[in-house]
Design a protein around this ligand. Sequence first.
Ligand code: NAP
Length: 267
Amino acid sequence: MMEIRIIVAGASGKMGQETIRLLSRTPHFRLVGATSRKHAGKEVGNVVGTPSFGVHFKADLAEVIDQVEADVLVDFTTPELGKRHIRLALESGIRPVMGTTGFTEQEIAELSQLCKDKQLGAIIAPNFAIGAVLMMDFAKRAARYLPHVEIIESHHDQKLDAPSGTSMKTAELIANSRKEVRQGHPDEVELREGARGAYYDGFRIHSIRLPGMVAHQEVLFGGTGQLLTIRHDSYNRESFMPGVQLATEKVMELSGLVYGLENILQL
Ligand code: NAP
């Protein structure tokens, strides 16, 4: 397989370090640059605990891009910084693979145009866990036949937002594939506020936050005399790496922007 030269932004963060480990075990991936403010100047392998790459962290992506030839940028920084990095990469002829979230529809449209103008591939994937993407696809199909649904998502207790982005995306797919069904008894009363969870187009999303959890979701479909449960668990950040690998390989063949890993899987 052709060698791919990669810059990792946010490389000393939790996802960034996992990506560095992916690169160290993948023969056709070559790390050529990495950003971290905290570890600027240190050798990447020394910090992450992999064999040395001979690559040193730099604080700023522009500085890395100035000094090395790269094919792909893998970005696990922050939503704000990700938005700047994706443009910088495209302007420099580098194909971005973005793990950061928070892109608006308008930003996606603008970036799509920029990719077309530059004839460059780019992938933005709010969820790199292939199992989670499949869960969403299966749920979308099930909702056509079993329209009574509830979602239960569970995450670690340091997560700031609820419901999770994945549960909202699942809810949107379900809502688009069934007619609106207002579930539950019309005279239902919540004796404690929030008991029935967040309302979404006739159904409910429940969010659990507990230490020890990573990222989990169940989609329950109830029918007469039957229950279908579609469940996905991410037990650690390694669960995202097959998706990151696939996106890094695929982006080399694209000449436009792809939003969502589901669009590069054959579903
Ligand atoms: P993290 O451990 O906090 O890592 C983020 C890294 O970004 C930090 O280590 C930090 O390193 C760097 N950074 C650079 N500029 C920064 C700034 N202005 N403010 C804060 N940090 C800055 O977070 P993580 O858990 O690895 O997650 C990283 C991103 O990936 C998040 O946006 C998260 O939502 C996303 N994520 C995506 C997926 C997916 O499947 N798409 C899965 C998990 C997480 P320095 O301080 O050394 O620069």
